[in-house]
Design a protein around this ligand. Structure first.
Ligand SMILES: C[S@@+](CC[C@H](N)C(=O)[O-])C[C@H]1O[C@@H](n2cnc3c(N)ncnc32)[C@H](O)[C@@H]1O
Length: 399
């Protein structure tokens, strides 16, 4: 970092891991972009960056910001030539030793987290084969679904005796039969590799479900990425006698050479729905807090949605004024942080500045009180220890 960049430069690390590059860039006043295919890596890096503290280095020109560089320690560089000629020695700047302003401490600057399924780039010659490619992919996904089923809570799988292509529909590409005492008919909507499942796709798929005879008992939306709106759409859709499920597809399915299908693979997971309670202050119509009770999980064995626990929630955040597009968290919680990690790490360094009692509350599953207008929307996003995200949007006044 120090050898190749200057303060204010932009550093890109395309394999984030635990976020060391971003952390070091932040430490040395560089800007950064980092990405990873692993949700676990992104979750770790997020917490690491949000709870880090750094020294404040004196700026060369305060009014110009970090791009002007730091004030560094310098040393005289005495050479034989300078002694022989009786010249004053040259000065060397120690770029790894900026002067620290002990009266200040820094935390990581604001950053955004954006999800993007891997784009597929084709050679021009291959463009015509795109459809063929997609159907090859779907054959692959169907085979995998047939071999591994969908992993539910506590290692229980929803298994299928057959998974076959479905014709005459566009958004439902496969049909299946569950391996149960009383087999159920399922239809599957695969979102595709290059885009998240969005609410338009969900609506189209549900329209197709309505036209199917006989009506399936299960509709499975399988995707690498769920648009938050689509997820809420699926959760809120009321379809008599039909259960709608979300299945997270493992990114390994994008990798051709991992094709060996073993029944022990975890290629599809059931995605839970956050169980969030809105609590209203009895004395004010505009004062609320939320309590996360955990994920609702679809219990494969019992065939019903079960309330999950909060044990595996690595991080959750609350946007108290959700714009329907992206979450701008006003409160962030690390329930699994323990006494050494999460916000406690930050609180320890900033002992005098931080209200220790309040920090304790940011480790739990209940938010702090917040003000919001009735009729506005709030959003709660929960990330579990596998890095799987799910989100709940609540319109105040609707509950
Ligand atoms: C050794 S870690 C990177 C460490 C990090 N660059 C650092 O300096 O601390 C490798 C990371 O690359 C990620 N990775 C592997 N293949 C990737 C890909 N095709 N695109 C992005 N990230 C990938 C893995 O998930 C893993 O988190």
């Amino acid at each position: 970092m120090l050898m190749t960049t200057d303060p204010g430069d932009l550093v890109l690390d395309i394999t984030c891991g635990s976020g060391t590059t971003a952390y070091v860039a932040e430490q040395w006043g560089r800007r950064w972009i980092t990405c990873d295919t692993s949700r676990v890596a992104i979750t770790l890096a997020k917490q690491r960056l949000m709870t880090a503290t750094f020294d404040y280095y004196k700026l060369a020109h305060e009014e110009q910001g970090v791009g002007s560089g730091f004030v560094y320690k310098t040393v005289p560089h005495i050479t034989l030539k300078s002694i022989a000629n009786n010249e004053p020695p040259a000065t060397e700047t120690l770029y790894d030793q900026p002067e620290v302003d002990k009266s200040k401490v820094r935390i990581t600057g604001p950053f955004t987290v954006e999800a993007l399924p891997a784009p597929v780039v084709r050679a021009l010659d291959d463009v015509d084969d795109a459809d063929e490619d997609m159907s090859a992919k779907q054959t692959d996904w169907r085979d995998q679904l047939r071999a591994t089923g969908i992993m539910g809570r506590g290692g229980v799988r929803l298994e299928f005796s057959r998974v076959e292509p479905l014709s005459g529909t566009k958004y439902l590409q496969a049909e299946a039969e569950t391996k149960e005492d009383k087999p159920r008919r399922a239809v599957i909507c695969f979102a595709g590799e290059t885009k998240p499942l969005d609410s338009r796709m969900v609506a189209m798929a549900l329209e197709e479900v309505e036209r199917l005879h006989p009506t399936p008992q299960l509709v499975i939306f399988a995707a690498f990425q769920f648009d938050p709106d689509a997820a809420s759409f699926i959760e809120d859709a009321i379809f008599p006698n039909v259960t709608l499920l979300k299945a997270q597809m493992n990114t390994d399915l994008m990798t051709d050479d991992l094709k060996k299908k073993r029944s022990s693979d975890q290629s599809f997971w059931l995605v839970g729905q956050p169980d969030v309670e809105l609590i209203r202050d009895g004395r004010s119509k505009k004062r609320f807090k939320v309590k996360v009770r955990g994920y609702d999980y679809y219990d494969v064995k019992a065939g019903k949605v079960d309330s999950g626990t909060t044990a595996n929630i690595a991080m959750w955040m609350l946007d108290t004024d959700y714009d329907g597009m992206c979450i701008a968290p006003k409160q962030v919680f690390f329930p699994m942080g323990g006494s050494k990690d999460g916000w406690n790490k930050l609180a320890k360094t900033l002992k005098a500045e931080i209200n220790q009692e309040l920090i304790g509350q940011y480790a739990g599953c209940e938010s702090l009180w917040f003000q919001a207008e009735p009729g506005s929307k709030i959003a709660v996003k929960i990330i579990d220890n596998r890095g799987i995200e799910s989100m709940k949007v609540i319109r105040l006044g609707d509950e």
